[in-house]
Design a binder for this molecule. Structure first.
Ligand SMILES: Cc1cc2nc3c(=O)[nH]c(=O)nc-3n(C[C@H](O)[C@H](O)[C@H](O)COP(=O)(O)OP(=O)(O)OC[C@H]3O[C@@H](n4cnc5c(N)ncnc54)[C@H](O)[C@@H]3O)c2cc1C
Length: 323
């Protein structure tokens, strides 16, 4: 069944995010022979818009308005709602990012549409679209479908592979003027808490430290390993509470949710609240002195040992492998 699908192509720091390309891949699966329309929004056009056509967009709409910078849910809901009214899509997909988590329910409410949030898989069977999403902090999965009206969904980053880039697909971005209502909220300032170059929620490799790192300096070997692997550093709440690192790094139920290719947990016991944020990682490696630590129950590879000996050896080994 052909569907028209609208993708909200989120940008961060003036760059289209990878999750936007993942959303396009989902959009193409849903659309079949229908149209996939990507919408970008901001005070100016972000870099990398051409990647949207190379990765599957049939149309690219650019909503540019000074009121869209910095992000406010009011302005974005308003702008996206107007795009939906014009495009009349059968489905709206966006990333389950900090922005997507806030924007999607507001938009779905305005559209009186059903929303399935934080999807990690989907099955398309004729008219039916069944999404899979983790529940109970990742302990179980449920399947959900929207049975009427526009299908709205957010997708968890790093779970759907973007389509291979096709440089022959070139779609000229179209301006899409909107009339935004007067803002009810004014953002005075935005302080970025991202502490490394690689976005934690989109990183392919995450090296995380727990209370076992013992100090702020204890994170240094983890940063070196993450740098060699082109990854990001994360942390347990234990490490954040102890003041070893910023809460921006916290992974878990009350922190960020990550699904990297490789998650390396160093000195983390593996409390259920931590697992809620990382147990969907493709490969989990645990380094812990305690062979009984619960983290080993979810780990694909376990190293029983002192992280201050093991992590530098891993870093050296990867450095040698990478020449
Ligand atoms: C409502 C609620 C929400 C929560 N949300 C979160 C959340 O989002 N994220 C989160 O992480 N936690 C969360 N927690 C806290 C969670 O329950 C745990 O307390 C926390 O995850 C423990 O952190 P940790 O594993 O770093 O510390 P610990 O449990 O103290 O574990 C430290 C580990 O390090 C090992 N170790 C010590 N020294 C070394 C060494 N030299 N080398 C190798 N290993 C070593 C120890 O054997 C131990 O297993 C939440 C709790 C509650 C109640």
């Amino acid at each position: 069944m052909a569907r028209n699908v609208l993708i909200f192509a989120e940008a961060k720091s003036g760059q289209i995010r990878n999750v936007a390309l993942e959303a396009l891949a989902v959009g193409r699966r849903l659309a079949a022979d229908g149209q996939v329309v990507a919408v970008v929004a901001g005070s100016s056009r972000p870099d990398g818009v051409e990647a949207l056509s190379e990765h599957g967009a049939d149309r690219i709409l650019c909503v540019e308005d000074a009121a869209l910078e910095p992000y406010t849910s009011d302005a974005y809901t308003d702008g996206l709602y107007q795009v939906v009214q014009a495009v009349q899509p059968d489905a709206v997909i966006m990333g389950h990012t900090a922005i997507g988590r806030e924007l999607a329910p507001r938009l779905a409410h305005r559209l009186e549409a059903g929303l399935v949030a934080d999807c990690t898989d989907l099955a398309v069977d004729g008219e039916r679209v069944v999404f899979t999403r983790p529940i109970y902090a990742g302990k179980a999965y449920e399947r959900r479908e929207v049975t009427g009206g526009i299908v709205c969904a957010t997708i968890r980053p790093n779970n759907f592979a973007p389509l291979p880039a096709d440089a022959t697909r070139t779609v000229a971005p179209e301006p899409f003027p909107v009339q935004l209502s007067a803002p009810r909220v004014k953002v005075e300032s935005v302080t970025s808490k991202q502490l490394s170059g690689v976005d934690l929620t989109e990183a392919k490799v995450v090296v995380s430290g727990g209370r076992g790192v013992k100090s702020a300096e204890g994170f240094e070997p983890l940063r070196e390993l993450a740098d060699v692997l082109g990854g990001a550093v994360g942390a347990s709440r234990g490490a954040c509470d102890a003041g070893y690192c910023d809460y921006a790094l916290q992974i878990g139920q009350t922190g960020k949710v990550v699904t990297p290719e490789v998650y390396i947990a160093c000195g983390i016991s593996g409390a259920i609240q931590h697992l809620a944020g990382m147990s969907n990682s493709k490969c989990i490696v645990a380094v812990n002195t305690d062979p009984e630590a619960p983290i080993f129950q979810v780990a694909d590879y376990g190293i029983v040992g002192d992280l201050f000996e093991v992590v530098p050896r891993l870093t050296e080994a990867f450095k040698r492998m990478r020449g």
